[in-house]
Design a protein around this ligand. Structure first.
Ligand SMILES: Nc1ncnc2c1ncn2[C@@H]1O[C@H](COP(=O)(O)OP(=O)(O)OP(=O)(O)O)[C@@H](O)[C@H]1O
Ligand SMILES: [Mg+2]
Length: 300
């Protein structure tokens, strides 16, 4: 086994195409080969536990040798957000308006905060935890892409916030009592948002698309591919999942091949019966060839 520089493998795609199943299968296969693997699901509709066949709580679980499993729950994300940013938000807000600490709960409940902080959580996890590969099961298309859009908007808005802040600064200086410079805090949030986006755009990130070999799935996958690219995240793998060999599936597999065969690594995964549940059946879902292909991407 070759030690790889830390990698992030993420799974994107339409609802129900097999993101959770394939991220679990990839994580199980890698961990069996000796790679220290961290499997994270940021889908707040948790299904990781059903696919793995284990009960998951709020704390990461060491499922087997080299495999840690972590399911993000929304309340936990909000709590972590408050811990990390609550005080800073209070300091900035209270330097401008006469507000109490209830502003922290108010902002924590604002739309977009959870998505934005989920990305921050993954960024920090990747930097701080000790593993070879972080396998990330994202939420279905709508939620996954929304998360990226929000991070980008957050970044842009913070730029505006700095301008606004400077405009009212004269007034603030007269009424302010604290010593902390809120401008510095706002700027630090903006830098962080930029770092999170850069992190997702880096070459250590192996973004993977999952689709079934069917018409609507094909069109959605094509759009997700394009949208990720527009964010500066090139998709490197495409799993065409649940192929059972019907005429329509063969036709659409060929379409996938013609559209993406030269741009990325394409893997075909059969529909198995019964559907994969638990470590044992997950470890058999991918062919040895497929695992080698994935490894060559991780090592490259
Ligand atoms: N290769 C396969 N063969 C047979 N069944 C599969 C296969 N891949 C996935 N499934 C089944 O298809 C269903 C959807 O899979 P999964 O939950 O992994 O999709 P998902 O993309 O994570 O869905 P969601 O968008 O809801 O999170 C599950 O019942 C799963 O067991
Ligand atoms: Mg899922």
């Amino acid at each position: 086994m070759m030690r790889v520089p830390k990698k992030l493998v993420s799974f994107w795609g339409k609802g129900g195409v097999g993101k959770t199943t394939l991220s679990s299968a990839v994580a199980v296969s890698l961990s069996k080969m000796g790679y220290r693997t961290y499997l994270l699901s940021s889908d707040f509709v948790p299904s990781l536990q059903d696919v793995l066949g284990v009960e998951l709580s709020r704390e990461p679980l060491e499922l087997s040798e080299n495999l840690v499993v972590d399911q993000l729950f929304e309340e936990k994300v909000i709590e972590m957000w408050k811990e990390r940013f609550g005080e800073e938000v209070y300091r900035v807000a209270s330097s401008i308006f006469p507000v109490g600490r209830e502003i922290i709960d108010y902002v924590a409940g604002a739309p977009g905060i959870v998505e934005e902080f989920t990305l921050y959580y993954i960024y920090e996890l990747y930097r701080n935890e000790d593993f070879d590969v972080l396998v990330w099961d994202t939420m279905a298309t709508g939620g996954g892409l929304r998360m990226l859009r929000i991070e980008k908007e957050f970044y842009d808005h913070l730029g505006e916030a700095v301008k606004l802040y400077l405009r009212v600064k004269g007034v603030i200086d007269r009424i302010r009592t604290g010593s902390e410079d809120p401008l510095k805090l706002i700027e630090s949030w903006r830098e962080l948002a930029q770092k999170v986006l850069d992190f997702l755009r880096g070459s250590h990130h192996v973004a993977s698309l999952v689709s079934r070999s069917l018409p609507v799935d094909y069109y959605v996958a094509t759009r997700v591919y394009r949208e990720l690219l527009e964010f500066g995240i090139p998709v490197k793998m495409l799993f065409v999942n649940m192929v059972s060999g019907s005429a329509e599936e063969n036709l659409y597999f060929k379409k996938f091949y013609d559209s993406f065969g030269e741009k990325l690594t394409l893997l075909r995964v059969p529909r198995v019966d019964p559907s994969p549940r638990g470590i044992d059946s997950l470890s058999k879902l991918l062919e040895k060839n497929d695992v080698d292909t994935i490894l060559s991407l991780l090592e490259g």
